[in-house]
Design a protein around this ligand. Sequence first.
Ligand code: NDP
Length: 464
Amino acid sequence: MTVQELELPVTTSSFVRDLMADLKAKNPGEPEFHQAVLEVVESLDLVLERRPEYRSHGIIERFVEPERVLMFRVPWQDDQGRVQVNRGFRIQMNSAIGPYKGGLRFHASVNLGILKFLAFEQVLKNSLTTLPMGGGKGGSDFDPKGKSDNEVMHFCQSFMTELARHIGPDTDVPAGDIGVGGREIGYLFGQYKRLRNEFTGVLTGKGLNWGGSLIRPEATGYGSVYFASEMLATRNETLKGKVCLVSGSGNVAQYTVEKLNQLGAKAVTLSDSDGYIYDEAGITPEKLQFVMDLKNVRRGRIKEYADKFKGVVYAPHDPRLDTNQLWNHKAQCAFPSATQNEINAKDAANLLKNGVYVVSEGANMPTVLAGVHQFLDAKILYGPAKAANAGGVATSGLEMSQNSMRLSWTREEVDDRLHKIMKAIHKNCRDTAEAFGTPGNYVNGANIAGFLKVADAMMDQGLV
Ligand code: NDP
């Protein structure tokens, strides 16, 4: 995915201009990190006018600097006995309101800048969940695609051998993300337990019979649909009968489609990095079951969906195109659930042209900044990632509580808590946007509400 040139709007304050210039000079070659920070500090201009003490305490300068960055070698042996070397990372971004918390991403594209953008977003997102969690993120440029279970296990064990000394249930609690699902969390947990000789809630997304929480796999997708429902409710509408574009076909995409089906909406697209399918008849529960087996068990490609079901169009990814055609179909709602910057400025224009007026971001930062501005200008119901996809980490927080209390809540209990948290996040974003003079702007609402709680905790804790 390409990263657009970051243009500062003419209204940007000199403080933000200087901050961005400094950030780019200090963090060269990290465009995704620059983009994530710019989107937030644009909103924070509104706060600094009212709370000048944040300036004098250097809160924003400290906010954009990770508390700690770990980078390490991960050597492992493949099935042919060859030595492989990957790079491992953990960004411990901010612990003002709780232990570091955030996922691990295993994907060939992973680098320091991408993980810093994710860790930065995570701080604000975790603050929005109402739970006591700081922010972090980590991962590796290891690509699990095409690797055997044995290779994935050896990689995970080597990765955890270094990571184990930096994490712990009261220090830093990683979870899954792209390329890290139940299988990887199992191997990582096993190695942590072996090294430390302790069985604790050091990771979330665990298996159900060894400390995992019901609804954790479903939580991000379900949460993003709940957020869309809340936004629609402000216009006295529901998801029933709405046509929805969904990208990705992994954890978030699958449970987004499941919840959309439950609420009477119709999902018509899914994708992976090779291409996308368009199924005008809708991805029914039976077809979704096929996708879950394809992706989670057989680890195949989404093209097989079009081979299996009649009337489905498959379009391979074409790197020569400057648009993603998945976003160019008639629909009312869009749920980007694959990866960052998957909606560029032209895609955003196509979405609006095709009648989409609800965008709920399951993926992190899936829309380039120029696209975000188009959605805000068009005054559609636009739920930015740090609010719309916070259900995943919120349920990880619930898993941590259950681990500490050594008990398990029922499926209904966890889903009910998740639903209430998503409603609370929606209300908080909406109320905050209004309080700062930009009603309906969930971007400002999420950035400001998430920031205030962390900033005040940093003020209380002194210069650390
Ligand atoms: P998965 O690995 O389960 O699925 C990712 C999906 O996105 C796959 O279909 C993958 O296709 C596709 N994808 C990944 N990278 C690219 C790319 N560069 N181009 C095109 N397609 C791509 O990950 P998740 O579903 O867990 O994560 C999806 C998004 O949601 C990410 O942005 C993640 O950060 C975010 N998120 C996830 C949470 C969670 O709880 N899992 C919580 C909050 C946010 P392929 O297999 O071909 O690579």
